[in-house]
Design a protein around this ligand. Structure first.
Ligand code: VGL
Ligand code: ZN
Length: 207
C-alpha cells in the first residue's frame, strides 16, 4: 500500500512566511491534486518551541545561515519559524487538509533539530512515523512538500532506511537552495541511496 507524505507545507515556508521557500506556493495545487490518489496521507509539521536551538535569535550575536554546534551536531541557524501554535506553523488555507489522515510533528526538542519526519538529526528519538506507516500496512511512500534540500531529503533517506520503497515526486517539491546547486545535489544524494524520482504527471497517469 502507498502513502503520500506531505512535508512541512506550513505558512512560514510559503511566500510571506519567516522562512519563505521561494516558489513553494506552486506545489500546493499539485499536492491537492495528488492526495485523493492515496489510501493514506500523512502530513508533517515543523513544530518548534520559542527557545529552539535552530533559531539564530536564540544565539547571541549570530545570524541566519551561520553554523553553530548544537549538542554535538552542526546546526545551520534559521530565522524564527514554525513556533508551536503560531499562525506560521499552521497549514495554509489553500491546502486540502480534510484529505490528511495523520499529522506528525517534529522539532519539539529545544536541543536538537529534526529535518526528517522519522527521527531528530541526532537519531536519538523517533517521531513514531515509521511505526504508524507499518501498522497501516504501508510499503511505499511518495514524498512532496518543502524543502527538497532539507526536510524532504532527510525524510526520504530515512524512509529508505526504514525499508519503504521511496519515491520523490520532484515537481511537487520546492527547495531552499541556499547555495545554488543544493537542490540538484539533494536529488542526486536521494537517487544514489535508492529513492526513485518521478513527476506529478507520471503519478497521475498510473492511477
Ligand atoms: C526546514 C529548515 C528548518 C524544512 C525546517 O522544512 O525543510 N528547513 N526547518
Ligand atoms: Zn525548523
Amino acid at each position: 500500500m502507498k502513502a503520500l507524505l506531505v512535508i512541512d507545507i506550513q505558512n512560514d515556508f510559503l511566500p510571506g512566511g519567516t522562512l519563505a521557500v521561494s516558489g513553494s506556493d506552486r506545489v500546493i495545487p499539485l499536492i491537492n491534486e495528488l492526495m485523493p490518489s492515496y489510501e493514506l496521507v500523512v502530513a508533517t509539521q515543523d513544530w518548534h518551541p520559542k527557545d529552539h536551538g535552530s533559531f539564530a535569535a536564540n544565539h547571541e550575536g549570530r545570524s541566519p545561515g551561520e553554523v553553530v554546534d548544537l549538542d554535538g551536531l552542526d546546526q545551520i541557524l534559521w530565522p524564527v519559524h514554525c513556533v508551536a501554535g503560531s499562525e506560521g506553523a499552521e497549514f495554509p488555507e489553500s491546502l486540502h487538509t480534510h484529505r490528511i489522515d495523520h499529522i506528525v510533528r517534529k522539532g519539539g526538542d529545544t536541543r536538537v533539530d529534526s529535518y526528517s519526519g522519522f527521527f531528530d538529526n541526532g537519531r536519538r528519538r523517533s517521531t513514531g512515523l515509521a511505526g504508524l506507516l507499518k501498522r497501516e500496512g504501508v510499503t511505499e511512500v511518495h514524498l512532496v512538500g518543502v524543502a527538497t534540500d532539507y526536510c524532504v531529503k532527510f525524510t526520504a533517506l530515512d524512509a529508505v532506511d526504514e525499508g519503504f520503497r521511496t519515491v520523490l515526486v520532484e515537481d511537487a517539491c520546492e527547495g531552499v537552495d541556499l547555495k545554488g546547486g543544493d537542490v540538484r545535489m539533494a536529488i542526486e544524494a536521494m537517487e544514489s541511496r535508492g529513492v526513485e524520482i518521478c513527476s506529478v504527471e507520471e503519478v497521475m497517469a498510473e492511477t
